[in-house]
Design a protein around this ligand. Structure first.
Ligand SMILES: Nc1nc2c(ncn2[C@@H]2O[C@@H]3COP(=O)(O)O[C@H]4[C@@H](O)[C@H](n5cnc6c(=O)[nH]c(N)nc65)O[C@@H]4COP(=O)(O)O[C@H]3[C@H]2O)c(=O)[nH]1
Length: 747
């Protein structure tokens, strides 16, 4: 836009007040001065010149309103000057003055563009009158030109504003057809203006929103309520760029009414159409949707989160209340997931969770809600149950669907889950209570072997609270010196002597008495207290060993159980080696026992850590071998010294039964890889003999001794040295202290 022009037209009054500029062109100085005198007046500038050339020179540089031009001039004539003026300065008016009596010159002058022709000698009054008229017309023309320019500019400016608007601007006629729409419609929707003008608005409003739009466009409201705002989706042109897209716009619609001259704008005045603006809010909508999705969903699995789950649960409960139905709430926690996270890292853990979520999703129906509560905890909402047992069927389905291994980054992972179920209304009438009770039932599953499901019962409350207080007490147990170590001998049948001892922790609980590890090790692992416990066990076992060695009991190994999660702690290896050396023990006198779990996931770094221990002389034994997914691969890859045959295989050895092929295989594998073999849980002579025949020499079990306190170990070791076999009468020896339990007799 030309702002110079704009500022000029904004000041029309200046044009009106400008002095009137007159140029007198005559070769007779007398004539010029008499005209000058005659025309002089306020707000008038009068210039003179005596030739056509001078006149053009003046006119080139000055804007004149009127030229009084003599036809006959020396050099170029008055008519030539006028021709020049017509070509180059059309706005300047000319009054031709001539002494020529010939009518032709008057005609030529008027045809050439003069506004008047005055013959010399002129009548003074007539001259003044004609000059005044010419000047008035000139001024009016200038004002008119300026007004026109102003209008044009104003229109151009409005067109510019409308067309460069980021919003769609439109008008509809009384039938709802587009009368005008700006160019933004084309860039947003892909329709040309011509396509839309004349079209009904329903052609571009999405089918779902037509009712909203129709209502807004047919409403007839005035004054402050004249504008209606609505949010609708508009259909884009189906051409390539806009294919099947919709945009969301917020549209203002204002009814336009004929103005009554009397200022009465009552509803009776005629409706002319609708004017409005539509703003594209698609991106904002998307952002809002993303934000609200994020607020209600878990970012990792994209499942509903705790908040959305609770909302839906509350809604389902109120619906169930009305129609007398049941609502099931399932609380699901992955078993030992912490181990995956700890041994492999969070990236693998996260990927496993995503895969688990994916499988769980396939177990639930459309109306059910599967949510992630956080960590490895999921919840399922079953909003419309006929019978509580139906929730059990789904729980079984969940357990079943998790059975197949998960493939995460090329490695196989196993995941099982513990599931607690609470049912509305019997197990609670608020979302919080139902969730809590489902959680309590889940804890009960954890405490009774995992990988299962249970319905909540009120009795479980006690167990749950017990567990919570147990965890608190466990935290105090080390500082209160409530832990003790018991030792169970490992016997070499051929060597006829005790070759090692397994350190087994006990908790002398101030209220519950002596607790076995089964009642607190899992809890210690889950709460992270296991680190401190292992440190204490290692230090205690090593210092005890050192004391025994001082009294000559030095041909022994001590085994300590280590939780697989310990391997994730960077200083764990140093702590082991440090404890052993601190008490002056040879490192090969210590064996650490770890369960197969550690090897299962083949976590990076585990082999290096095991090698580190081996390089320092520490022995490594795989506990409960054969119970999981024992594979030849582990034995080949991991630097293991010993495998311990799990008790379950030993228990199966009974007179009249055949030896399990798995047991054969385990013993064969150990032999093949040159590994040391220990059988645990040996209780009968039959088991001893069979294992011995199969080639297993080292054994541990109640047949020889139950785990016993250190003081009793000392006695037992003293008694068994030398000539161990002569004193060991399996199955007949009576027990004074829990040692060498006779077969078939009570402990
Ligand atoms: N029925 C039967 N059982 C026998 C027989 N011989 C030994 N046992 C029992 O079998 C378990 C053998 O230990 P484990 O497999 O390492 O299994 C251990 C081990 O995994 C864990 N544990 C024990 N002490 C510690 C510890 O200091 N740290 C860690 N992380 N875990 C420990 O707790 C588990 C259970 O320990 P305990 O209750 O002491 O139970 C011991 C032992 O008392 C037998 O002939 N018959």
């Amino acid at each position: 836009m030309n702002f110079f022009v704009q500022s000029k037209f904004n000041h029309t009054h200046e044009v009106v007040e400008q002095p009137e500029r007159i140029l007198i062109v005559d070769d007779e100085p007398r004539m010029r001065s008499s005209l000058h005198q005659l025309l002089e007046g306020p707000n008038r500038d009068i210039a003179e010149c005596g030739s056509g050339e001078d006149a053009i020179a003046v006119l080139k540089n000055n804007d004149m309103d009127l030229v009084l031009l003599d036809i006959h001039l020396p050099g170029i004539s008055g008519l030539d000057v006028m021709e020049w003026l017509v070509n180059f300065n059309a706005t300047t008016r000319v009054i031709m003055v001539s002494a020529d009596a010939n009518i032709d010159s008057a005609i030529r002058a008027l045809r050439g563009g003069a506004v008047e022709f005055i013959r010399k000698p002129y009548d003074l009054e007539e001259m003044q009158q004609k000059v005044d008229n010419a000047l008035l017309r000139s001024r009016l023309e200038r004002i008119n030109a300026l007004m026109t320019m102003r209008l044009e500019l104003s229109e151009r400016m409005h067109r510019f504003l409308v067309e460069s608007s980021p919003d769609i601007i439109y008008t509809l006629d009384t039938d709802g057809c587009f009368m005008f729409i700006n160019g933004r419609a084309e860039s947003l929707l892909g329709y040309s203006r011509d396509e839309l003008v004349g079209c009904h608005f329903t052609a571009i409003v999405s089918d779902e929103d037509i009712d909203i739009a129709r209502y807004a466009f047919t409403e007839r409201r005035r004054d402050t309520r004249a504008t209606t705002n609505m949010e609708v989706r508009l259909k884009c042109n189906g051409s390539h760029r806009f294919e099947s897209r919709q945009i969301v716009v917020v549209v203002s619609a204002m009814g336009v009414y004929e103005e009554n001259g009397d200022g009465d704008d009552s509803l009776a005045s005629r409706f002319l159409g609708t004017y409005g603006v539509a703003r594209d809010i698609t991106e904002r909508k998307k952002a809002e949707e993303t934000i609200s999705f994020q607020a209600m969903h878990d970012h990792l699995t994209h499942l509903p989160n705790r908040r959305l789950f609770k909302d839906r649960l509350e809604l389902s409960m109120s619906q169930a209340k009305r129609n007398g139905r049941l609502v099931g709430v399932m609380f699901l926690d992955l078993d030992r997931f912490k181990l995956v996270n700890d041994t492999h890292g969070h990236a693998e853990g996260d990927e496993l969770l995503v895969n688990v979520a994916h499988r769980l999703r396939n177990c639930v129906r459309g109306g059910d809600t599967l949510a992630r509560q956080g960590g490895d905890e999921f919840t399922v909402l079953l909003p419309d149950l006929y019978r509580p047992e139906d929730a059990g069927i789904i729980a079984e389905k969940v357990l079943d669907v998790l059975k197949a291994p998960f493939l995460v980054r090329g490695q196989e992972f196993r995941a099982t889950a513990s599931i607690g179920i609470a049912v509305y209304p019997s197990d609670g009438d608020s979302a919080d209570v139902l969730l809590k009770n489902a959680d309590i039932a889940m804890y009960k599953v954890k405490a009774t072997g995992k990988n299962n499901y249970l319905f909540f019962t009120p009795e479980m409350n006690a167990c749950y609270h017990e567990r919570i207080s147990l965890e608190n007490e466990l935290r105090q147990a080390i500082s209160n010196s409530e832990f003790e170590l018991y030792y169970q001998p490992k016997v070499s049948i051929c060597g006829d002597r005790i070759v090692g001892l397994e350190a087994l922790i006990r908790w002398r609980h101030p209220v519950h008495g002596l607790l076995n590890p089964a009642s607190f090790i899992d809890l210690a692992e889950e709460s992270g207290l296991i680190c401190d416990i292992t440190d204490w066990v290692l230090a205690e076992a090593c210092s005890q060993m050192a004391r025994w060695r001082e009294i000559g009991l030095d041909n022994l190994r001590i085994s300590v159980n280590v939780s697989p999660s310990e391997f994730t702690h960077s200083d764990f290896l140093e702590r082991i080696v440090c404890n052993i050396t601190k008490f002056g023990l040879p490192t090969d006198a210590v064996e650490i026992e770890i369960t197969e779990n550690l090897l299962l996931h083949d976590a990076p770094g585990i082999i290096d850590k095991m090698r580190y221990l081996r390089n320092h002389g520490v022995r490594i034994s795989i506990d409960d071998f054969g119970t999981r997914y024992s594979s030849l691969n582990y034995l080949r890859k991991f630097p293991i010294n010993t495998i311990k045959i799990d008790q379950s295989f030993v228990r199966d050895l009974a007179a009249g039964t055949t030896v399990s092929p798995i047991l054969h295989a385990i013993i064969g594998m150990a032999r093949g890889f040159g590994l040391h073999l220990v059988a645990e849980g040996v209780e009968t002579m039959f088991q001893l003999e069979t294992l011995n025949e199969l080639g297993c020499d080292e054994m541990q079990g109640y047949l020889f001794s139950k785990p016993i306190p250190a003081a009793e170990v000392k006695l037992m070791l003293m008694n068994s040295l030398p000539g161990f076999s002569s004193q060991w009468h399996y199955g007949t020896r009576s027990s004074t202290s829990g040692m060498a339990v006779p077969v078939g007799l009570p402990d």
